[in-house]
Design a binder for this molecule. Structure first.
Ligand code: PHE
Length: 529
């Protein structure tokens, strides 16, 4: 809201002058800040046609600090000239004067002074002329008086080069009377009240129009946590590579899908209380695809599909135990099983159709065909990024929960080369180009590869992920066609986030010790830069 006093004074000034006034001049006459006058202009403009104001900019010359000194005490060269007595002055002493250095060379080129080098006791400076005209000072005084127009443009630029003058641009308004000019302004109403309607007084009032250009008050809005920003980037990379996101909205999983379906034996240490969180309520799951469960049991205890299995007594009770999922590979297992079922169903439909046809033609012959001819398996590329839980000892880089990023590709005849190639492609999109692979072990992959990348900051190879080709003992019981291979890899979301945002302790990234200012201030994430 503009100062109403200033608004009135401004209107009075406009009333008495012919033509118009400049807002800068008004500010000087009213001895208020120019911004105050601009505020008054804006608020008058919002009232309609009381005034008209045109923005303009003008330039004027101003003296610098050194320029003001020159106007007062004379130019450096004049001050040097004036400091020299009849009998001259040793040059070394002259140089010690405040204007010495600049003044000496200017006075020399003006031929106001001369140096006697052969003088005993060192070079001595003498006046060369009787009197001098300090035109620099004269011009500065003139400009100071506001008579800059009387000084030649070229000379002003010369003085600007000497840093005695600066040219200042000022923006101001040229204000003139508007079509409905008046020195008294009635305050416009901003609200239509029930009283105005009841009394009919609204008819006489003038209402302030809505200002649709006004910017709203900045909202106190939410901020994305760095993990979410990095997740968005990873998701983008997968989508660019043609991957589809898997549904990961179940933190609770049965041991069956988390371990057994992945050919992880029931005695495996990861299935211990020390590594995995078990649920007490509900402690067990009951619904499993029965025939698939039987095949899983068999491959663990007796083997099959060319495998010897683990040769132990597989127990349903162990598989039923509910846990907080320890990896998102449990979701991948569910998805691959579902995919195999779809493929089997299509295969059945096709077989039935073929049988129908051959019956019609009354042709007997071989009914059972090789599966691969019938099974139309559609290759897939899946990914997920979600939370997993492990009963870990907490330290600077480990929490009991973290996020896993997982990629899965299922297609005919995929090899280890495909896995390494796709990992190169994936990590290149993250800005990581130097990769190394190390043989590793996972119960569900063979071969398995740990992925290392060269960390330019740490100057060493750091582990960035784990990967492998899913075992036949995992895929075949699901019903995935024999010729189809599935390659997969996983990494944590926290590690790249900590590297990206320079966070050394995971407790500063997740949990109650997170500094919210860090969340507010973290920029968006660009992984490749
Ligand atoms: N599930 C593995 C882990 O938790 C990661 C992984 C995924 C390994 C897929 C191989 C294949 O570390």
């Amino acid at each position: 809201m503009a100062d109403t006093g200033v608004v009135e004074l401004l209107l009075k000034r406009i009333e008495v002058v012919d033509g118009g006034v400049d807002s800068q001049d008004v500010a000087i006459t009213l001895s208020v800040d120019h911004q105050v006058v601009v505020g008054a202009v804006k608020s008058l403009q919002s009232l309609g046609d009381i005034i008209s104001a045109e923005q303009r900019s003008s330039k004027h010359w101003e003296l610098t600090g050194e320029g003001q000194e020159t106007a007062e005490k004379g130019s450096h060269e004049a001050r040097v000239y004036n400091a020299i007595p009849e009998e001259g002055l040793p040059q070394s002493e002259l140089m010690k004067l405040p204007s010495g250095k600049v003044g000496f060379s200017k006075a020399m080129s003006n031929k106001w002074i001369r140096v006697d080098k052969g003088h005993e006791g060192g070079p001595r400076v003498f006046r060369m002329v009787e009197r001098i005209d300090d035109s620099v000072q004269e011009k500065m005084v003139q400009i100071q008086k506001g008579l800059a127009n009387d000084v030649d443009e070229k000379e002003k630029n010369e003085l600007k080069k000497r840093k005695l003058l600066t040219e200042v641009t000022v923006k101001s308004y040229w204000i003139t009377k508007g079509p409905s000019f008046s020195t008294t302004i009635t305050k416009q109403e901003t609200e239509l009240t029930p009283e105005m309607i009841a009394s009919g007084s609204w008819r006489q009032k003038s209402f302030k129009p809505y200002n649709f250009e006004a910017l709203g008050v900045a909202l106190d809005c939410g901020h994305l946590h760095p993990l979410l920003k990095v997740r968005t980037q990873f998701r983008q990379i997968f989508l660019e590579m043609g991957f589809t996101e898997m549904p990961t909205n179940n933190f609770i999983e049965s041991s069956f899908w988390n371990f057994d379906s992945l050919f992880q034996p029931q005695q495996h240490p990861a299935r211990d209380q020390h590594d995995t969180f078990f649920l007490s309520d509900p402690a067990v799951s009951h619904e499993f695809p029965q025939d698939y469960l039987e095949r899983v049991k068999k491959v663990h205890s007796e083997g099959g599909y060319g495998s010897q299995g683990y040769k132990y007594d597989w127990k349903i009770e162990e598989a039923q135990k509910n846990i907080l999922r320890t990896h998102t590979t449990a979701v991948s297992a569910r998805m691959l099983y579902k995919l195999a079922q779809q493929c089997l169903q299509e295969e059945k439909k096709k077989l039935a159709k073929k049988e129908g046809q051959s019956n019609k033609k009354k042709r007997g012959g071989k009914r059972r065909r090789k599966r691969s001819e019938e099974a139309k398996f559609t290759p897939v590329k899946y990914f997920s990024i979600d939370r997993v839980f492990r009963n870990e000892t907490l330290d600077a880089t480990h929490l009991a929960e973290f996020h896993q990023i997982e990629g899965v590709v299922a297609d005919y005849g995929l090899t280890l080369g495909d896995l390494m190639g796709i990992l190169h492609q994936f990590f290149t999109k993250l800005g990581i180009t130097k990769l190394r692979f190390k043989p590793a072990y996972n119960p569900y992959t063979e071969p398995s590869l740990e992925i290392f990348s060269y960390h330019e900051g740490l100057k060493k190879w750091v582990e960035v992920g784990n990967s492998g080709v899913f075992r036949p003992e995992m895929l075949l019981p699901m019903g995935i066609p024999e010729e189809v291979s599935v390659i997969a890899w996983g990494l944590s979301l926290e590690r790249p986030t900590m590297i990206k945002y320079g966070i050394n302790n995971i407790r500063e990234l997740v949990g109650h010790k997170v500094n919210l200012q860090m969340v507010y201030d973290s920029p968006i994430c660009r992984l490749d830069s």
